[in-house]
Design a protein around this ligand. Structure first.
Ligand code: GLC
Length: 704
């Protein structure tokens, strides 16, 4: 195969580099402790990698990440703000690759304009564990949906000549004990689930780098797991980019096991990819060719994403235009879960509205905690101390937005600290909007799926006093709803980002027709989960004395096993027959859609087409999902998000990647599509098929 321009450039640079320059490239530093100190023009965030100016190799200024240019609690760069994109699980709930690409291109442009050329984004770990503190940063529980949307997010970011990662490779499914646990799963199940999400994300997004995870996988740490890094990522998938470590995830000069760059080191660290690597070179346990191979991968990615020709430089940012993009994303990812008697959109006859809780008079919780936290434009309207950092609120107030949208109504606010008082006020209102808020953060999982701080009692009191109650959930993932039968309507707004309060009001008033669909199952009980309690939680629990990576002192390594295997999320419910509170793919609209005329093609290139029509009275978008039953379990094999005017109909076509119909045959080392007949279902969620058909497939084997 002809050598690419990327390879040619990389090789031309490599042969001119000194050993010191090569060793500078395989080690990243903490920009605040690196010696010599960095000049003010270098953007400081998560990491810094020295370049080779004499050869035109730019330095790497690395920032977090998936929901915008991070500035944890505003501390990294005091006074610096950025547009907060809604949380990644909200992006997943849009099921809209084009929109995800556009929203991600926006945060990539802000990274570039702030002087960064690496965004540590592309979090695609499957949401197997609904209590995981970082689910808000990921694309949900299905490998096709998550991989596709992560790939488009990466494409969006990299369109700015800003290199994106895809992370955390692999099975980083919980925060509890993340740096010491071993995640154990057989290869076939792993290939069909978490690895498949990465494989699809890499095929679509071509990320410049893969970030290896803290945890062990089947006993070997992610950043020295030769099977995953050398056999799967390079030999099988042909990945040409480089592997960077997560921060503090390196345990030795593991360059031969497939790690190319150690990230975020401090001068006081063990120096795995500095002193220890030099020693390994001197001892011959690592060769010059090993180092050259890693340097070549890094240089190649720098050229492939266009960093070489576009060194980091600060530019003015149009925060208003970017805020509008963030709001558009939020409006499409908010999910209408329940709407009894068409309580929503708010009727023109409504004259008094009570809004309760969530600091909705000031703003809205803008995101979760940890390395991804953005300091929103306008600065945090409110900072509330929370476990691991602070909860930041953007100045997008649902109360202010409702007042602006409904001048004919009186909108009052109760802070929700006294359920009795709030219930009294609710009784007198025409409509009540109560915010149910759950803060989640990196380094810590949630103890359970109940809303914290007695909010369930508050919501039950308010909804019990007035059935015209809308619950607006602002959460990092699924929550239980003991008050559900009392609430007239429920919206899941996730962390809705920079203008989340405005987006919520747009949906409540009907200015926007909701079109979000769940990318994560909402359990009816934690007893339904593969692991009813989080492995290791009893050891770590609510302990607050933790290290920088969230590890309580003297916590012992433990194993996480996955009874569900490849059948994460909805597939587990399908397999066990358990009925969730709200199923994967669920999302209501203010209009209605009808499907008809399903036609399937089988053979070696499976596919299908069907007609969808808007049979209601309002323009709206639907997400028509296609499922196939493989080995007795439903799998998402495609979808189409379609916006239609009243009466409009459209024929949609869904091509199916044969891997989705296959089992991974470890012995034969290939994807095996067993010849035979398969049930195909089309619907608006995984539980309620509207159209059904049989698909006949040829027996075929596909090399990875
Ligand atoms: C963190 C996270 C990772 C982040 C990195 C840099 O520990 O695990 O997602 O990109 O360190 O902040």
């Amino acid at each position: 195969m002809a050598q690419s321009a990327d390879d040619t450039w990389a090789e031309s640079i490599l042969k001119q580099m000194t050993l010191d320059e090569k060793l500078d490239l395989v080690r990243g530093s903490n920009p605040f402790t690196v010696k010599p100190r960095l000049t003010p023009d270098v953007a400081k965030g998560a990491g810094y990698v020295k370049g080779v100016p004499r050869l035109g190799v730019p330095y790497l200024a690395e920032s977090d990440a998936s929901v915008g240019v991070a500035n944890t609690m505003g501390a990294l760069r005091p006074g610096d703000v950025a547009t907060a994109l809604p949380s990644t699980v909200l992006l997943a709930s849009t099921w809209d690759p084009g929109l995800v690409e556009r929203g991600s291109a926006m945060i990539g442009s802000e990274a570039r304009d702030k002087g960064f050329n690496v965004l540590l984004a592309g979090g695609v770990n499957l949401a197997r564990e609904p209590r995981n503190g970082r689910n808000f940063e990921y694309f949900g529980e299905d490998p096709l949906l998550a991989g596709t949307l992560a790939g488009h997010a990466i494409r969006g970011i990299q369109s700015n000549h800003v290199l994106s990662t895809i992370k955390h490779f692999v099975l980083n499914t919980q925060e509890t004990g993340r740096t010491i646990l071993t995640a154990n799963m057989d290869e076939g199940a792993l290939r069909e689930s978490d690895l498949l999400a990465f494989e699809i994300g890499i095929e679509i997004g071509q990320p410049g780098s893969v970030m290896c995870a803290y945890n062990r996988i089947n006993g070997a740490f992610g950043c020295e797991n030769a099977f995953l890094l050398n056999d799967v990522l390079r030999r099988d998938w042909g990945y040409k980019g480089f592997v960077m470590s997560d921060w503090g995830a390196v345990h030795g000069p593991s360059i031969r096991q497939g790690l190319d760059q150690e990230s975020g080191t401090n001068p006081t660290d063990a120096g795995y990819f500095s002193a220890q690597l030099r020693a390994a070179l001197a001892a011959g346990t690592v060769s010059g060719a090993d180092v050259d191979r890693s340097v070549l991968r890094i240089l190649r990615s720098i050229h492939a994403v266009g960093l070489a020709g576009h060194p980091p430089a600060r530019q003015p940012i149009d925060y208003d235009a970017n805020g509008r993009i963030a709001q558009e994303v939020a409006e499409r990812g908010i999910v209408l879960l329940k709407n009894e008697h068409d309580l929503l959109p708010i009727a023109a006859t409504v004259r008094t509205i009570l809004v309760v809780g969530g600091h909705a008079d000031v703003g809205i919780l803008v995101g979760g905690g940890g390395s991804s936290q953005v300091n929103p434009v306008g600065g945090a309207a409110l900072k509330v101390p929370a476990v691991f950092g602070k909860k930041l609120y953007s100045n997008s107030s649902p109360v202010a937005a409702l007042r602006a949208a409904l001048p004919q109504a009186t909108v009052s606010f109760d802070d929700g600290t006294d359920p009795r008082r709030a219930a009294e006020a609710a009784r007198k209102a025409d409509l009540v909007v109560v915010i149910g808020e759950q803060f989640t953060t990196e380094t810590m999982d949630v103890k359970n799926l109940n809303l914290p701080d007695n909010q369930d009692a508050l919501i039950a009191a308010v909804a019990g006093a007035n059935p015209a109650t809308v619950v607006v959930l602002v959460t990092g993932g699924p929550v239980l709803m003991p008050w559900l039968d009392k609430a007239g309507a429920v919206l899941e707004a996730w962390y809705p980002g920079q203008r989340g309060g405005d987006a919520i009001a747009q949906i409540l008033t009907g200015a926007v027709n909701p079109s979000g669909h769940l990318a994560m199952t909402f359990p009816a009980s934690e007893r339904q989960l593969p692991n009813p309690t989080i492995p290791g939680y009893a050891m770590a629990g609510e302990t607050v004395q933790r290290d920088l990576y969230g590890l309580p002192k003297d916590m012992k390594p433990f194993a996480v096993t996955y009874p569900e295997g490849a059948n994460a999320g909805y597939r587990w419910y399908d397999k066990t027959g358990a009925k969730p509170l709200f199923p994967f793919g669920h999302g209501l609209s203010y209009t209605r859609f009808a499907y008809k005329d399903l036609r399937v093609t089988g053979g070696a290139r499976p596919g299908m087409s069907f007609a969808i029509a808007n049979v209601g009275r309002r323009t709206g978008a639907d997400v028509a999902q296609a499922y196939a039953r493989v080995n007795g379990v439903r799998r998402l094999v495609g979808w189409s998000r379609v916006e239609l005017k009243p009466g409009e109909r459209r024929r949609v076509v869904v091509d199916v990647d044969p891997r989705l119909m296959a089992s991974f045959d470890v012995a034969a080392h290939d994807w095996h599509v067993a010849g035979g007949t398969y049930d195909i279902e089309i619907g608006e969620n995984v539980e309620r098929p509207v159209l059904k058909a049989k698909m006949r497939l040829d027996d075929q084997r596909i090399k990875p």
